[in-house]
Design a protein around this ligand. Structure first.
Ligand code: COA
Ligand code: AMP
Length: 630
């Protein structure tokens, strides 16, 4: 039996023993009384009765145990030509002072703080400062438009928002303050204060009484001590796209999260304390939360915060430069970043210029790793390229090749096998388990391991309805896939209306809500269409109101602008096809799945429930006239 199998079996046979053992690596102010509380099924709680502080585990205890002068965070920003390092002691000082500033403005345990920041060190400082005083942060990705930020403000009801004067996207400077002001104007809930970090590129005007300059906020402040919180208290809320325009507020607790992330750094990623680790993502996404900030710091590693792109900042050698300059042991990014590099430097000319001898692993996640990209990266790096699968909801990998336990043979297109703690099953519509080799719905048997979402923010009902009530005893992942004859898992894509554009998770339902507001639109459907660079791109099908005389191109441009303004540039919504009718079942359900298959040139059967099969020909015809590309 492989070592992986042994560890996996232990985690399933006796989860309480397994995670109790893992929890010994965490500092607890008060030990938990129960490892797993299953008294309120289908809700489960880990490490009940225990008290800890996530910031203490990420910073203080490393300073106290001899890592004070080790670099905790390297800020590498080609867009501002800056490289700055912060030791564990320096991070602790900055975080304690900012936590003191939050207290000065009335933030207490349980209060929500929204963080709308670019990739600068002040973003993790603000996150850890919230954790330090038991406040609940909610980081909103900088690429979201004011309307999306407003939706999150209204749900989380933050007392305070932390932001910056601008972000830098490649060569563009994006002013954040007008976006923030607009979001607060749209939202019904109003924060008491906003703390704004003024970057040298833009000085944002501040609203007297509400806005405070970061420097003024921290001036003369008494550093805050760590506040012990319950293991089950929320550490953060992270909103993620669901099937509708209302995002889901994924809650992360403190105890399970600390235990799971600490365990994952060594066992999944093969990292040791002191190693340099780089997750090239954004703090606004779950990868940024777990593997730029909390995981590596709780483990005593050095983390890199990279404000740049894989290409264009300044060239397709950017990743190799960072890896070589900072002696990175492992990189985690999305396949799309590698496709971007491949597009510009397919023969790896830039790669040859750098010494990457200390580099050991490349981890890819966030979207399906297509075999072409896998082979290209493997041939270039000559190092293990590890595909792994997870979601915002789980907070850490569900399936991976756990290199810290044992590197299993890699199969292109598969994220290997379930990670210890996760029982991943493939079922059909009726909830019946399917044999290996048959594609179906991917579900995870309850209970989920520590660190995964205990619920949605103040919405137990929606948590049940979206994830738990669909198949009794299981968590519904929203993905489709299968196991092969060797027990390797393959994740083939979402079976709901969530799409993945350049590793960014988006909702086609949210785009439909925006498009439906256009005065000339009678009906619409948005689907994700395969794209060889960004993985998927959204395409809208629109039926115009009778009597509309407006030029089609004008409507198409207006729709693209509306989605950009109301969701954000990251949606990459550019293509609208104007059709006479949408294909529907006789009961009126739009046949999005069939449309997707036609668009991706996959085999499909005309559903027997369709009200008019001829409409599919119009869809096919409309798609044949366009090239969807990023
Ligand atoms: N703030 C403001 N705007 C942002 C933004 C941010 N944080 N992130 C992206 N955008 C904008 C981009 O500037 C672009 O705007 P444009 O339409 O005016 O050109 C638009 O959103 C689309 O962005 P993106 O899809 O990221 O395309 P890109 O061409 O800028 O970059 C990649 C393409 C592949 C290089 C980039 O997506 C990438 O590095 N992806 C890595 C994946 C990743 O980080 N995934 C996160 C989860 S692991
Ligand atoms: P997010 O919540 O943004 O992390 O997106 C989660 C979704 O991304 C999953 O439900 C999958 O559809 C997709 N995804 C993430 N990682 C992988 C992977 N390794 N292979 C296939 N799909 C993936």
């Amino acid at each position: 039996m492989s070592l992986y199998q042994k560890v996996y079996d232990e985690s399933i046979k006796n989860p309480e023993k397994f995670w109790d053992q893992a929890a010994k690596a965490i500092h607890w102010y008060k030990p938990y009384t129960k490892v797993l509380d299953d008294s309120r099924k289908p809700f489960y709680r880990w490490f009940v009765g225990g008290k800890l502080n996530t910031c203490y585990n990420a910073l203080d205890r490393h300073v106290e145990s001899g890592r004070a002068n080790q670099v905790a965070l390297i800020y590498d920003s080609p867009v501002t030509d800056t490289i700055a390092t912060f030791t564990y002691k320096e991070m602790l000082d900055k975080v304690s002072v900012f936590a003191g500033a939050l207290q000065k403005y009335g933030i207490k345990k349980g209060d929500r703080v929204i963080i709308y920041m670019p990739m600068i060190p002040e973003a993790p400082v603000a996150m850890l400062a919230c954790a330090r005083i038991g406040a609940i942060h909610s980081v909103v990705f900088g690429g979201f438009a004011p309307n999306e930020l407003a939706i999150r403000i209204d749900d989380a009801k933050p007392k305070l928002i932390v932001s910056a004067s601008c972000g830098i996207e490649g060569k563009k400077v994006i002013e954040y303050k007008p976006l923030l002001d607009k979001a607060i104007e749209i939202a019904s809930h109003k924060p008491e204060h906003c703390i704004i970090f003024q970057r040298s590129q833009v000085k944002a005007p501040l609203i007297a009484g509400r806005d405070i300059d970061w420097d003024d906020a921290v001036s003369g402040v008494k550093p805050a001590e760590c506040e012990p919180v319950e293991a089950t208290d929320p550490l953060y809320i992270l909103y993620t796209s669901g099937t509708t325009g209302i995002p889901k507020g994924v809650v992360r607790d403190n105890g399970g999260h600390a235990v799971a992330l600490h365990w994952s750094m060594k066992n999944i990623y093969g990292i040791e304390p002191g190693d340099v680790w780089w997750a090239a993502s954004d703090v606004g996404w779950v990868v940024g939360h777990s593997y730029i900030v909390y995981g590596p710091l709780m483990y005593g590693a050095t983390t890199i915060l990279y404000e740049g792109k894989p290409v264009g900042t300044p060239d397709a050698g950017a990743f190799w430069r960072v890896i070589s300059q900072h002696k990175v042991k492992a990189l985690f990014t999305a396949p799309t970043a590698f496709r971007a590099i491949k597009k510009e430097d397919s023969s790896g000319e830039y790669f040859k210029k750098y010494d990457l001898s200390q580099f050991k692993y490349l981890f890819l996640a966030g979207e399906r790793l297509d075999p072409d990209t896998y082979y290209w990266a493997t041939d270039l790096l000559k190092k293990p390229v590890i595909d792994h699968w997870w979601q915002t909801e789980t907070g850490w990998p569900i399936a991976a090749n756990c290199v810290g336990i044992e590197l299993l043979p890699i199969k292109a297109g598969s994220p290997t096998k379930p990670v210890p703690g996760y029982q991943v099953h493939i079922i059909n519509d009726e909830g019946k388990q399917l044999p290996n080799g048959t594609e179906g719905i991917v579900v995870i048997k309850l209970p989920l391991p520590p660190g995964t979402l205990p619920t949605l923010w103040q919405n137990d009902d929606k948590f049940r309805e979206s994830y738990l009530d669909i198949y009794d005893g299981y968590y519904f992942t929203g993905d489709g896939g299968y196991y092969d004859e060797d027990g390797y898992l393959y994740i083939m894509g979402r079976i709901d209306d969530v799409i993945n554009v350049a590793g960014h998770r988006l909702s086609t339902g949210a785009m439909e809500e925006v498009i439906a507001k256009h005065p000339d639109v009678a009906e619409c459907a948005v689907i994700g269409v395969e794209d060889s660079f960004k993985g998927q791109l959204p395409v809208g099908f629109v039926v115009l109101k009778e009597g509309t005389t407006k030029n089609h191109e004008e409507i198409q441009n207006e729709l693209a602008q509306m989605v950009r303004d109301q969701i954000g540039a990251v949606a990459c919504y550019k293509t609208t096809l104007i059709v006479h009718r949408l294909p529907k079942t006789r009961s009126g359900k739009i046949l999005r799945g069939t449309m997707r298959k036609i668009a991706d040139k996959k085999p499909y059967t005309t559903p027997s429930t369709i009200d008019d099969p001829a409409i599919l020909d119009e869809i096919k015809d409309a798609l044949s006239k366009i090239t969807v590309s990023a």
